[in-house]
Design a protein around this ligand. Structure first.
Ligand code: BGC
Length: 423
């Protein structure tokens, strides 16, 4: 059968790309902005040690100059997406995307406690309007790790008493924006945030305290539930979910007791714990997939050494398939792949990654898994948190040295063609 007759993805499948405000907008002022400035020198000095955090980068020689420069760690002007969003949406449209995930930055809308910036609200309203004008479904994400400075100063999500501030913000999002929306994501990767910011001490506020981590994690469950009911009250047919970081966790040797035991605990703790808690408060399961993790012995990661992305992450795109099947078996709710992508500045692996990913989704769809959409991370090269600017995740390359020039990568052209065939 010719390829284009073998349509497996539904007509209205969401083919999208995903972004987050702090990573692209430029001119943000939130807890990360402050932390970046305070830590840029240190991060640059420790760049070699931190390059891939856990695994070394295979392209260290190419990127070390950039990674050793403190400027690499300052989000600053971003890629000026706050001003260039229309041009960026045109690019997304050119790539045949019909959906786009973004955040509304709380720190812009409420820079001081209780003071709402109408200009910021108007900005995001126009942003949504411009997406719709291009027939792209706007997927609004309320929180992607950044918070206003005043909220962080009060202890952020560590204290239950602070949830009322988040609730007020969600209320504002519900009343101001949901008329034009069908989908809302409340939170991005609560597991990653709680772990990196409160247990490993690698991100602001750099705590290394398991109790703090657990408090934050539990408070984020509550934050989501509160947001869910508020949003539903405003618009009952809104589709609401969380973008969770789900890894395809595997035992290196399934017959080995310690490999298997570690795998089960990690699957439960990392993948299912949060989702189990909100299973009645989600209309779809949002999953960000980047990792297949192999366990060898007691809680010891032991991934194959190749192939590795620029961040040193072991790449197994087809690992999306088993995790789609497991998420479907657990929750029987539609699934949206809310993020998926690869740091690859030479654009060597990206096409292969996307191709394997589409095959993994096709296999899952053909077995009855209800997948509603796929959002590539990311449309544009962006600020990769504590690693800064050197990791390049974009379908579109951005040259920050040359007027923020945007250039569509070869892999993106291929992705665009593939979407055309599949839609
Ligand atoms: C996060 C993004 C990040 C991407 C690549 C995801 O975990 O949501 O903000 O840029 O991974 O590391």
């Amino acid at each position: 059968m010719p390829e284009d007759e073998n349509k497996q993805f539904p007509k209205n499948f969401l083919w999208g790309a995903s972004t987050s405000g702090h990573q692209v907008e430029g001119g943000n002022h939130d807890q990360w902005t402050i932390w970046e400035k305070a830590n840029a020198e240190r991060l640059a000095k420790d760049a070699e040690k931190l390059q891939g955090w856990r695994w070394n980068s295979p392209v260290w020689e190419d990127i070390k100059k950039e990674a050793k420069d403190p400027q690499n760690y300052i989000s600053g002007k971003g890629i000026d997406h706050y001003n260039r969003y229309k041009q960026d949406f045109d690019l997304a449209k050119q790539l045949n995307l019909n959906a786009f995930r973004f955040t509304v930055e709380w720190s812009r809308i409420e820079p001081e406690q209780g003071k709402i910036d109408q200009e910021a609200i108007d900005h995001y309203k126009d942003y949504i309007k411009e997406l719709k004008k291009r027939d792209m479904e706007p997927i609004l994400n309320i929180w992607h790790w950044t918070v206003p400075v005043w909220f962080e100063q009060k202890g952020g999500f560590k204290h239950r008493r602070n949830l009322k501030y988040f609730k007020n913000f969600v209320h504002l999002v519900a009343t101001e924006f949901t008329d034009d929306l069908e989908y809302v994501i409340t939170l991005n990767e609560p597991n990653v945030y709680a772990t990196f910011s409160y247990q490993l001490g690698m991100w602001p506020p750099q705590e290394k305290n398991v109790i703090s981590m657990l408090k934050v994690y539990l408070n984020l469950v509550k934050a989501h539930k509160t947001a869910y009911y508020l949003l539903k009250q405003q618009k009952p047919n809104l589709q609401i979910g969380v973008a969770t970081q789900l890894a395809n966790i595997q035992a290196k040797d399934p017959h080995d007791y310690s490999d298997e035991f570690s795998t089960r605990i990690m699957r439960f703790g990392w993948n299912w714990w949060f989702l189990n808690r909100i299973k009645h408060e989600q209309d779809f399961v949002g999953m960000n997939y980047y990792f297949t993790d192999y366990y060898n012995g007691w809680f010891k990661r032991d991934d194959p050494t190749v192939p590795r992305s620029d961040l040193g992450w072991y790449m197994e795109p087809e690992g999306l398939y088993p995790i789609l099947l497991r998420a479907w078996a657990h929750y029987k709710k539609p699934i949206i792949v809310t993020e998926n992508g690869v740091a690859d500045f030479k654009d060597e692996y990206r096409r292969w990654w996307i191709e394997e990913t589409i095959v993994a989704m096709e296999r899952a769809v053909s077995e009855g898994v209800n997948i509603r959409g796929y959002f590539h991370w990311s449309l544009l090269d962006n600020f990769e948190w504590a690693q800064g600017w050197w990791p390049r995740f974009g379908l579109v390359e951005v040259d920050r040295q040359r007027g923020m020039r945007r250039t569509v990568r070869k892999s993106a052209e291929w992705y665009a063609e593939r979407i055309k065939k599949l839609s």
